[in-house]
Write a new protein. Structure first.
Length: 94
């Protein structure tokens, strides 16, 4: 079992449906520093797969995926990474 020891931010996307959980995750991760952890709580059945696919496509790390017992809430823990866009901007500014 992976333990998440770093302090991070939690996004409560419960009650939101596609594409809102992914959009809100994008907004919150864009505010975070590289290496910080974002935990997303979502009860949309598609959110876990949608967020995981989106994160992998952009290069963010999926640290842990979990369900809360019999509840319909999934917990997706992501670690912010430097995206291609961030890299291009950083290189242009150097």
């Amino acid at each position: 079992m992976i333990e998440i020891s770093e302090p991070g931010k939690t996004l409560d996307a419960r009650g939101l449906f596609c594409p809102s959980p992914v959009q809100q995750t994008n907004v919150e991760l864009s505010k975070m520093r590289i290496g910080e952890i974002l935990t997303v709580l979502a009860d949309d059945p598609a959110a876990e797969d949608d967020i995981a696919s989106w994160a992998r496509r952009l290069g963010h790390e999926i640290v842990k995926l979990e369900k809360n017992g019999n509840e319909t809430v999934s917990y997706t823990h992501l670690r912010a990474h430097e995206t291609r866009h961030d890299l291009v901007c950083r290189l242009l500014l150097e």
